[in-house]
Design a protein around this ligand. Structure first.
Ligand code: SAM
Length: 277
């Protein structure tokens, strides 16, 4: 009979978030598959657990996944852990779960720390309906295209972001969703320097204009308002011209005003050029 793959979440910062069941699962498993054994060994030492480990991460997941699967099929049980948080959420654990599911190997998920849920719950933004977007594409063009596809998204949106890309991402979010849109920047959750900045996209860009972002971030962004009232094109055009006077390019000004007024940016762009009445 096949063994079981246990998905064992680990703290996203605070070791006090280790649960009894998490520790039991790591203790009972025949072996642990870890994203980085150097990180996991610290956790095991803290819990006084000694257990054979293999690595399973982004760069070896195909080969390591096949090896873990054959051990499970031979009857061993495995606890899958990542550096922090819930395995399979924005990490290659999802491939291992799919592999096991396809092969009929039982998978059991232990509930526990997860950055996106922790951020959403503390964000102060609507939680009834949300969409998790993970990390945005690295490439600027693809990132903008992805954000464009979310223009009309009414659910609260959750993004993971690295500190060195935060300011570029905030600029893109502002250009697509407009400055008034609310955002909660959840930083270093459960850690010593935990901080939740609840502001607007305009406020967030201004906040980081004078300081370098540090630490780990989850961005929680308000969804688009429900069926916006018919926008006043003249008012929208005045907004484009005001943004232009502030130094913004016509393309960006049309995009931002379009997001704010729920209009097509091409239409505002043409209106600003006098091509459309
Ligand atoms: N599997 C993890 C989970 O359950 O949240 C996420 C792994 S993903 C590779 C790492 C990203 O999660 C970070 O870049 C950051 O966006 C977010 N993250 C992890 N820990 C965090 C923390 N303590 N505070 C804020 N964001 C965090």
């Amino acid at each position: 009979m096949a063994g079981t793959l246990y998905l064992v979440p680990t703290p996203i910062g605070n070791l006090g978030d280790i649960s009894r069941r998490m520790a039991e699962m790591m203790e009972q498993a025949d072996f642990i598959a870890a994203e980085d054994t150097r990180v996991t060994v610290k956790l095991l030492n803290h819990l006084d657990i000694k257990k054979p480990m293999v690595t399973y991460h982004r760069h070896n997941c195909e080969q390591a996944g096949a090896a873990i699967l054959s051990r499970l099929q031979a009857g061993e049980s495995c606890a899958l852990v990542t550096d922090a948080g819930t395995p399979a959420i924005s990490d290659p654990g999802e491939d291992l779960v799919a592999l096991c599911a396809a092969a009929g190997v039982p998978v059991v998920a232990v509930p526990g720390p997860c950055a996106l849920i922790t951020a959403l719950s503390v964000s102060g933004l609507p939680t009834a309906r949300f969409t998790f977007e993970g990390f945005l594409p690295m490439n600027k063009k693809n990132r903008r295209a992805h954000l464009d596809s979310l223009r009309q998204e009414q659910r609260t949106m959750i993004f993971y972001e690295a500190p060195h890309k935060l300011t570029d991402t905030l600029d893109d979010l502002l250009a697509v969703f407009g400055g008034e849109r609310r955002i909660s920047l959840c930083r270093e959750l459960t850690k010593l320097h935990e901080e939740v900045l609840r502001t607007t996209l305009e406020g967030a860009v201004a906040h980081y204009a004078g300081q370098e972002p540090r630490g780990e971030y989850v961005l929680v962004v308000e969804g688009a308002p429900e069926a916006a009232e018919e926008a006043d094109p003249d008012e929208a055009l005045r907004r484009v011209l005001a943004l232009r006077e502030g130094g913004m390019s016509l393309k960006d000004a049309a995009a931002q005003a379009a997001a704010e007024f729920g209009m097509k940016k091409r239409r505002l762009y043409d209106m600003a050029l006098g091509k459309e009445p």
